[in-house]
Ligand binder design. Structure first.
Ligand code: ZN
Length: 324
């Protein structure tokens, strides 16, 4: 893609930081960032107050890194349990209601317990939007160029700590600036669990079949949205299922000056939005599938950027507060 307009617009804003910025994700931990850019010299976004009701890209990126610090979040592992507790506790700080939606998956002779994590912001406000991402990571790097790595779990910085990071940061924004509509955030488990379609999208399938009072009017799914070279064409299943909604979202991105959202049709990608669409919740998948580290051991935070999280986060926040 042509990166020039994007760099012109966001480069100064985000990357002219020299020095050290500190902030905490919770009471017990403080993350330190030292960043520099040889092309610039003054300071910016990261020093912005965290309580001003806006999306903070640095804070979002810290959420991405925090998830990766647990290691691969593979269902059935200790890291998975620890990450779940962290995500639940973080959402509890901001949401009006948080719940676990447990389910079991029997596979290859054993039963694996998984949990979707649900959070609600506002209630009975008329329209309800679902925001979703998957919080589990793939148990094996089956696309790794090195065959020796293909049974190694991936860290999943982009796939999909990036989407979860944006949603956690949006949760923080929703707490400081209550939304005019009801927002439901769902973090799906078991998206990337198996090698076949029938052993993937487990959490979204369970949720779509058991939505109850968590059902929304429409949904936005974030997956692989942290790639440093972000390219977001309109995902084809989304466009087929809800063309007007898809085009409205990309139109808004254009109005906001976010050229990473490309107003062209991209590939059709099987993802967590499909069970929701089948259950009557039109859901749009915002995904950059042009990512060379997909399902490899190289899907690590250094391949992602706060700048990319900011692009997607700003759009979703605008949709929440301005409508479509
Ligand atoms: Zn994946």
């Amino acid at each position: 893609m042509n990166r020039l307009p994007y760099k012109l617009k966001f480069g100064f804003f985000l990357w002219s930081v020299l020095g050290v910025i500190r902030f905490g994700l919770d009471g017990s931990s403080v993350y330190t960032y030292a960043e520099s850019d040889p092309n610039s010299s003054s300071s910016t976004l990261a020093e912005k107050a965290l309580d001003d009701g806006t999306f903070n890209a640095k804070h979002a990126f810290a959420y991405l890194e925090k998830q990766c610090e647990f290691g691969p979040r593979v269902p059935g592992t200790t890291a998975h349990q620890e990450a779940q507790a962290y995500l639940f506790t973080e959402l509890e700080k901001y949401a009006d209601e948080v719940a676990l939606q447990p389910f079991e998956f029997r596979h290859q002779g054993r039963t694996v317990r998984m949990n979707n994590i649900l959070a609600r912001f506002g209630e009975d406000l008329g329209e309800t939007i679902l925001l979703a991402a998957h919080w589990d990571t793939r148990p094996f790097a089956d696309q790794d160029p090195d065959p020796a790595n293909r049974n190694t779990p991936i860290l999943g910085a982009n796939d999909a700590a990036s989407g979860v990071a944006i949603l956690l940061e949006i949760a923080r924004v929703l707490k400081s600036k209550p939304p005019p509509i009801e927002i439901i955030i769902v973090l799906f488990d078991g998206e990337d669990y198996g090698r076949t379609v029938s052993t993937m999208f487990l959490g979204s399938t369970h949720f779509a079949q058991n939505m109850g009072r968590w059902k929304a009017d429409f949904g936005i799914l974030l997956d692989m949205v942290g790639d440093q070279t972000l390219e977001l064409p309109m995902e084809r299943y989304s466009w087929n299922a809800a063309r007007d909604l898809t085009e409205a979202i990309w139109q808004r991105a254009e109005e906001l000056g976010l050229p990473a959202f490309q107003r062209r049709l991209g590939p059709a990608i099987m993802d967590d939005h499909l069970p929701l669409i089948q259950s009557g919740v039109p859901t749009i998948d915002i995904i950059d599938f042009n990512y060379p580290y997909w399902h490899t051991v190289e899907d690590t935070p250094d391949k992602c950027s706060a700048e990319s999280l900011d692009i997607v986060g700003q759009l979703v926040v605008d949709i929440i507060y301005s409508g479509l």
